[in-house]
Design a protein around this ligand. Structure first.
Ligand code: AMP
Length: 149
């Protein structure tokens, strides 16, 4: 079996995110793999117009939220030593966008947290579940528990 060559970390910037990121970084080191990150913006209302979905940059709160997310992504990328071309922020449905990037970038392992911002009520969060069902490559869900990693 070959080692993984290109690993994708799905980062939602939730409380457990640093733990998931550190596992991804360690695995990439062990495999000698390239590491990329994706963050999907899914909580800013995007009006549909005749020209498609438009990011409302003229609305201060949306703009500030986007800037904050961008700076979190840059910070995480710097922390993990990931170069700028391997950091992606897109708007959409997280599970779909993560799977789509994995297909486009020849990712062979996607790393997600078992849960994210949507709580620990289920065995697997909805994004992790969606990625697991639709990805064409391996998926590693880092188990997260209440009150710790
Ligand atoms: P959830 O389905 O929200 O419980 O999240 C489970 C995991 O999916 C998280 O730990 C992240 O790894 C990933 N994830 C969730 N939402 C996003 C997002 N907006 N962008 C990137 N990854 C995400």
């Amino acid at each position: 079996m070959n080692d993984y060559q290109h690993i994708l970390l799905a980062a939602d910037f939730s409380a457990h995110g640093d733990y998931v990121a550190s596992r991804a970084q360690r695995l990439a080191e062990i495999c000698g793999a390239r590491l990329s990150i994706i963050h999907v913006v899914d909580n800013i209302p995007m009006p549909d117009t005749a020209y498609g979905t438009v990011i409302p940059l003229n609305e201060d709160s949306s703009y500030e939220l986007l800037e904050a997310k961008k700076s979190r992504l840059m910070q995480l990328g710097d922390q993990l030593g990931i170069d700028a071309s391997s950091r992606r922020m897109v708007w959409g449905v997280p599970g779909q966008e993560i799977v789509q990037m994995a297909g486009q970038e020849q990712i062979d392992l996607i790393i997600v947290g078992s849960h994210g911002r949507h709580g620990l009520a289920l065995l697997l969060g909805s994004t992790a579940n969606g990625v697991l069902h639709h990805a064409k490559c391996d998926v590693l869900a880092i188990r997260l528990q209440e009150g710790g990693a």
